[in-house]
Each structure stands twice: as structure tokens, then as C-alpha cells.
Design a protein around this ligand. Structure first.
Ligand code: SF4
Length: 437
């Protein structure tokens, strides 16, 4: 069932699922009945507390912008009703990611992009990217997807996570109003493209989904990447852009933390061609502390990607003292082999001091080499090390049969390519990936 705003009000709750209702759903259903007496979120929080369940993610109480800003946002087309949410009286609950934010009127979501206006959930991150670039697809990194091509890359503000080591915290941990300016003359980007864009234009820039597709095509990029911050935090814009991009025959790439609920994921997945998914660790406690994420829900989404046959590569950033324990890396690699297969590429990425972890050193090279050794001995066939210059074959793809190098890379460029029709040129072994546009 596709959740639509308001669909649950005045209609039987989850008709198909009531037959097998969970404790969580039972508690949630109960809370609907009391919305006339008491704020639903307060009651829901109360029920969850007495049930010993975790409280929903922090939201920004009363932080929705003032009516003047909202009006400007609306005029620009940057404010659209959100998808996949429940109405709980005048409160709303977003069901896009496992944070499941509950917002009272005037509140702002955990990801900073959504607001409750008089009982309706809106996203402020629509048609208003705060940055875009043309990147080599290797920079995502994706090594088995259209190698040597460029991908048109966009992001809005906001993120569903709070990674202490975030490299892009200057956009991911910002509100839409901190990155965009809805006043002054509109600047809509679509072909024909200008030769340069000023900072002021960038702040005013509008790029609707059809513009994203047209600009990518005009720039000769065979794919569009939703990246830098987190595409789940600008879900509606990502979905609509993906559709438009597909319509004109280009491909879509998600660079994501993988924290998304199953229904919105399935709605989006039909338009996704490839993904870079961060598996940021392999124990719940560290995930919570370092990233504010939930490992279990991410593993579920990784398995879904696999089942749906979407091409994806796993990235694991090794953060000293947090995610550098060999026994945990071993457990993670074993899980990948068992659940995603030996052909699933994994990239161990070197941490560099950032955001709240500037006091930590970069990941030592020997730990990255150790991780590669563990992954290979676990059975993984395509293991890479990222962000290092000191290891010659850190980014080399080897044929698992004849062991010859079939792709060599130097930073983001391809220096050797020995794959023909998706197979090793030397021994004809199939190398998994998407090799042709
Ligand atoms: S997408 Fe944003 S608003 Fe929705 S549940 Fe996740 S953090 Fe909350």
C-alpha cells in the first residue's frame, strides 16, 4: 500500500496488516483514538516510554520558519507536500526513514527539511539544490558502474544522520533556509546553460526535476547522482528527479547511508540504477554513537537492494577507535558474503579528521591493509581501499579467475581497462557491474 497523506484518517488502519498487528502498531493505533483529548505525539511518546521502547528522534520544536519565509518558499515552488506520512490529528509522522519523526504544528524534522504546517507535512527541500558538480563516477566511489564517465551530482541541505565525522556537515547539518535564498530574482537553471554561476545565483537557484534531467543531458552526463548530503532527506525531490531522468534515458545513482523505510525505498528503487551505500560499522552501539543510525534497518535495506538486483557497492569508512576493530570488520565481511554475495564490491575508506572528530588521526595505512586482507580471506572478490596514495593497487580490479588486473585507476581516472563485453579480456570470466551506458 502506498501511503498517501490523509489516507489513514477516517479509514480502517492498515486493513491488510491489522490481522497481524505488531505491538508497535497496536500502540500507534491506540494513540489515534486519543487525539481529541491529548496531543498524539505526547501520548505516543508516553506509550512508548511505558512500553520501554526507544523515543522517536529529536525534532526541532517550534522551529518551522515564519509565514513570510514560507510564502517565499511556496512562490518559488520549493515547498511541496511530503509523501509517506501519517496524520495523527494535527500532528504528523514521517515514515520515510526509521527516525519516524513526529511533528506537532510548527515543528521541524530531525533531518531539518520537513515541517508541520497546520497538520500537513511539507518538505522545504524541493527544486532547490544547494550545490551541484560534475564528478567522475569513480569519485562516488562506484568502480563497477559506467567507469570513466561523469555523473551530474546534486544535493540539498539536510541529513537523516548526525555523523560525528561528516565531511559535508556544512550542508548536511544545515536547514534549507541556511543554504538558499528565496528573495530577489529567481534563477532557474535549465538549458541553454550559462558559462558561469555566481554565489548569489547559486543561493537563488531553482532546478526542478525536469531541469535536473535536461541539465545532465546538456552536460553529456549519462547519469545523475543524488549525493553529498543524503538523498533520503530530500526524498520527494530525489523521486521526481529520478523519474524525469529515466524518461530521457539517463541513469540514476544514489549515494546514501541506506537508512530508509521499506515502502518509500520500493517506490524510489524502481528508478534507481546504482547505489553507493555506506555501511558505517557493524555494531549497533557504535552506529548509534558515531552516526545516530540503526544498523539493523540498514542491513535490511542492503538485502532489499540485492533482492531487487540494483547494482550497488558498499563503502566502509574506517574511523580510528570507532570502526577499526578487526573482529568487527571480519564479522561485517562474513555478513556481506552470506547475504550479498562474494561479488559485492567493498571499499574501505580512509578517515580524515573532520567535523567533531578533528582530534583523531587519519586511519593508519596498516589498518586499511589489514581490513583488505580480512575481506579477501572472507571470500570477497572486489576489495578496494579509498583515499590513500601510498598503496599502489588500492583501486585495482583483479579478475577473480586469472588474477590479472582488469581495471587500474589513478585517483579518479582509468589508466587500464581490460574488460570486454563485461568479461575479463584474458580469461573470459564475467566481471559483475554495469559497464555500458
Ligand atoms: S526523512 Fe526526515 S522527517 Fe522523515 S523520518 Fe527521516 S529524519 Fe524524520
Amino acid at each position: 500500500m502506498n501511503l498517501q497523506p490523509g489516507k489513514l484518517l477516517g479509514s480502517p488502519l492498515y486493513p491488510a496488516e491489522r490481522r497481524n498487528i505488531s505491538r508497535r502498531q497496536a500502540l500507534q493505533s491506540l494513540s489515534f483514538g486519543f487525539t481529541g483529548l491529548i496531543g498524539a505525539s505526547s501520548f505516543w511518546n508516553f506509550l512508548k516510554r511505558i512500553a520501554g521502547e526507544e523515543a522517536p528522534s529529536d525534532v526541532f520544536k517550534g522551529d518551522a520558519p515564519n509565514s513570510k519565509t514560507i510564502e517565499l518558499w511556496r512562490k518559488r515552488g520549493w515547498l511541496v507536500e511530503a509523501r509517506h506520512y501519517l496524520k495523527l490529528g494535527r500532528n504528523v509522522q514521517c515514515k520515510v526513514c526509521p527516525n519516524n519523526c513526529i511533528l506537532e504544528p510548527g515543528d521541524r524534522s530531525h533531518c531539518r527539511n520537513k515541517i508541520n504546517l497546520d497538520g500537513t507535512l511539507f518538505t522545504m527541500a524541493y527544486g532547490n539544490p544547494c550545490t551541484f558538480h560534475i564528478d567522475p563516477v569513480e569519485k562516488k566511489p562506484l568502480f563497477h558502474f559506467l567507469p570513466g564517465t561523469y555523473t551530474f551530482s546534486i544535493a540539498t541541505s539536510g541529513c537523516v544522520f548526525r555523523c560525528m565525522n561528516c565531511q559535508n556537515w556544512e550542508i548536511s547539518q544545515k536547514k534549507p533556509e541556511e543554504t538558499k535564498d528565496p528573495s530577489g530574482e529567481e534563477f532557474r537553471l535549465r538549458p541553454p546553460l550559462p558559462s558561469a554561476i555566481t554565489v548569489s545565483q547559486m543561493r537563488r537557484l531553482t532546478m526542478f526535476p525536469e531541469d535536473v534531467a535536461a541539465v545532465a543531458k546538456a552536460l553529456d552526463c549519462p547519469s545523475v547522482s543524488y549525493t553529498y548530503s543524503e538523498p533520503t532527506a530530500f526524498y520527494e525531490y530525489t523521486c521526481d528527479s529520478c523519474k524525469k531522468v529515466r524518461e530521457i534515458g539517463l541513469k540514476n545513482v544514489l549515494v546514501t547511508c541506506g537508512s530508509i523505510e521499506e515502502r518509500p525505498f520500493k517506490d524510489l528503487a524502481q528508478y534507481v540504477d546504482a547505489a553507493h551505500i555506506d555501511l558505517k560499522g557493524f555494531d549497533e552501539e557504535t552506529y548509534k554513537k558515531l552516526n545516530s543510525g540503526k544498523l539493523e534497518s540498514i542491513l535490511k535495506i542492503l538485502k532489499l537492494y540485492n533482492e531487487l538486483g540494483i547494482w550497488f557497492e558498499v563503502i566502509n569508512l574506517i574511523v580510528p577507535t570507532y570502526t577499526d576493530k578487526p573482529e568487527v570488520i571480519k564479522k561485517m565481511c562474513g555478513w556481506i558474503v552470506d547475504n550479498l554475495g562474494q561479488d559485492r564490491p567493498i571499499h574501505f575508506s580512509r578517515f580524515s579528521p573532520n567535523h567533531k572528530l578533528t582530534y583523531l588521526p587519519p586511519t593508519p595505512i596498516d589498518i586499511l591493509l589489514k581490513a583488505r586482507e580480512i575481506a579477501r580471506s572472507s571470500g570477497l572478490r572486489y576489495v578496494y581501499i579509498g583515499n590513500v596514495r601510498e598503496v599502489d593497487d588500492a583501486e585495482t580490479t583483479y579478475c577473480p579467475s586469472c588474477k590479472k588486473a582488469v581495471i587500474q585507476r589513478d585517483i579518479f581516472s582509468i589508466t587500464k581497462f581490460e574488460i570486454v563485453n563485461g568479461k575479463c579480456r584474458f580469461c573470459d570470466t564475467k566481471i559483475p557491474g554495469i559497464w555500458k551506458v
